[in-house]
Design a protein around this ligand. Sequence first.
Ligand SMILES: [Zn+2]
Length: 308
Amino acid sequence: MVIKPRYESEELKLYRILNRRMELSDEEVQHYWSLEKGYEGELQFDAWLADLPGSENWLILNDLMLECNRSTFQIDSLLLVDETLYFFEVKNYEGDVYIDGNGRWLTLAKKEIKNPLLQLERSESLLRQLLQNHGIKTLIEPYVIFINPHFQLYQAPLGQPIIFPTQLQRFSKKLPKSLIIKDQNIKFAHQLVALHLEESPYKRLPRYTYDNIKKGISCVSCKSLNVNYEMGTLICNNCAYKEEVEAGVLRSVNEFKLLNPDNKITTASIHEWCRIIESKKTIRRILSKHFILVPQGRTSYYAESHFI
Ligand SMILES: [Zn+2]
């Protein structure tokens, strides 16, 4: 049973939008791709776990951001079954990696990558202290899961809490089968979810201002901003995908809100943001259908109904 489902992080959502609306530096592009890849790997792991026999009696918590002694740490996946809390750090690494004499993890091109065992150790220690502080007693079993079959680690020391793709099936056999979910475990799982922190993604983003991001409506299929508007339909010049204007404008409003949380949704602001729709009337019609107008004379704006 999934107690806390996984969604794309706000950071990933924002990077996706920024990637098509501004020039990212090489470093930013690399970071963006690592977010995409990481998320894809986590989804694969979720699907694998959900498919195992007996998984309906496990409590699964995804993507937790916790804090202990002023240090925050992130957990990809937790599995609570009987008396044990399995803690998974999921890595979607690809290609060949080796560990050198100093314990550094390097690609064949000698580029150092983060040692996930150190990350696992740190998170485990913080999780242990956090549970102790809350008077929770449970066994913790941490693992780094390499989910990508195209990953090979050379000179990996034995006896480490690492599960490679070829070992996943054997590992799954070791996970306990539970006949019931204990009430006490459900309570514990909800206690953990209550400790989850929502971290603001904005401080980790590339620098941008409203003026330096490209305006326009993105194609829902190929994500290009090379889209034209004709008689109620958006047509992508890149892939010829057609979309009804309303859906495209609403998606753009979402992107506008995410990128510019301090700017108000008005006919003028969304008209400028969408760029390709000449008629302000069309914009107003769509906004008034889906949002509520907060009347403030010349500074009236649209809000989602639950904000009023
Ligand atoms: Zn397209």
